[in-house]
Design a protein around this ligand. Structure first.
Ligand code: SF4
Ligand code: SF4
Length: 355
């Protein structure tokens, strides 16, 4: 039996209210000015669904920009502990449902899973992931910078989602992709009905019209092959690097990037160990004892960023380390981004073939 239903738009807020009884509800909200960010939803009517696809990703709820890991008292007598050592696990165990996630970001979470839940398991990510339920929306209005279509990471997914919803005008087509999603819908089945022929047809039409709206059609396999066959020389990477300001915006906005650093903060109550986002575009990234910098030159770092996404990821996971969300194009002040760089590499490879 297929796990598909239809939800009338009139019932959406009732359903979300029910979900909120069990979990913290996160959704896209307007944040003071005109930015739209994923935040805790207090007022359901404030959820903004008509927003750009490149709004900041919800990655921070699984892999926060600042994450307190544990605290320790008793390392010194001045923290009021009488010398008794006390370690507190600060892992976040909040149960969350994130509503309004884009398909490309669901694909990015699957890449985060591959990185954080592989051979070396990250217990902090694992805890958050176990407690996070994603409700994604099929993207029917891609931004000009989006290129998930060429990567198979959007605008809709065949699998890998918890719940995927397609806007059919007055109703949503709802697909449950995990056992928990099926349980969630069945527990509130009074909101849902079984799909009819017209619902399937409307969903198919939305899929087709969404695909037709993409301006960028980029496949990263050509650039990967060009890099592997040695057609992309250091002069190309130098040219890209010359426009880089080392701001880290590409890494910080990317839903797939996972560079982090760890720091200890000393406060009157003891020590707190935390991890923070970092960027391999920064000179000090992975600085070693004695001050050695593995990638001291800027060009080495730019090259590494692209090699990681275009060569290393496919080798280790079978997928690119990019989901085509286009956020690096929005973030970069130097006009360096995955789509532009991939297109240039393709052009370079073609030129070589002709010559
Ligand atoms: S590399 Fe750029 S386009 Fe690809 S996932 Fe990261 S931010 Fe999005
Ligand atoms: S966003 Fe652009 S300028 Fe900033 S570090 Fe990345 S490539 Fe360099």
């Amino acid at each position: 039996m297929k796990s598909e239903w239809v939800l009338s738009k009139d019932h959406l807020s009732y359903w979300l209210r029910q979900l909120r009884n069990e979990r913290e509800l996160i959704g896209p909200l307007r944040d003071g000015g005109k930015d739209i960010l994923f935040r805790t939803v207090d007022m359901l009517h404030e959820i903004v669904l008509e927003c750009p696809s490149s709004l900041p990703s919800p990655k921070g709820f699984l892999f926060p920009q600042y994450e307190a890991m544990f605290s320790c008292r008793g390392l010194s007598l001045s923290d009021g502990s009488d010398g008794k050592r006390e370690i507190s696990d600060l892992r976040d165990r909040t149960r969350r449902v994130i509503f309004g996630v884009r398909s490309c970001d669901v694909s990015a979470v699957r890449l985060l899973d591959a990185f954080c839940l592989g051979k070396l398991r990250d217990p902090y990510y694992e805890e958050r992931r176990r407690n996070t339920f994603l409700i994604s929306l099929v993207c029917n209005n891609p931004d000009p910078t989006c290129f998930c279509l060429g990567l198979g990471t959007g605008p809709y997914l065949e699998e890998g989602f918890d719940i995927q919803m397609t806007d059919l005008g007055d109703r949503y087509f709802v697909q449950a992709g995990s056992p928990e999603a099926v349980r969630t819908v069945r527990a509130m089945n009074f909101f849902f009905r079984k799909p009819r022929k017209v619902d399937y047809e409307d969903q198919y039409e939305v899929f087709l019209s969404s695909k037709a709206r993409f301006r960028k059609r980029i496949n990263l396999e050509g650039p990967r092959q060009a890099i592997l066959s040695g057609k992309v020389g250091d002069d190309f990477w130098q040219e890209v690097t010359d426009r880089c300001f080392e701001c880290g915006g590409c890494s910080y906005s990317c839903p797939v990037c996972t560079c982090f650093t760890v720091t200890d903060r000393i406060n009157p109550e003891g020590i707190e160990r935390a991890r923070l986002w970092d960027s391999c575009m920064f000179k000090g990234f992975t600085r070693m004892a004695g001050g050695v910098l593995p990638n001291e030159k800027r060009v080495q770092r730019t090259k590494r960023w692209y090699y990681h996404k275009l060569v290393h990821y496919p080798r280790t996971t079978g997928k690119f380390g990019c989901v085509g969300c286009g956020r690096c194009a929005v973030a970069c002040p130097g006009k360096i981004d995955m789509a532009r760089t991939a297109t240039k590499i393709k052009g370079l490879a073609l030129k070589e073939e002709v010559e």
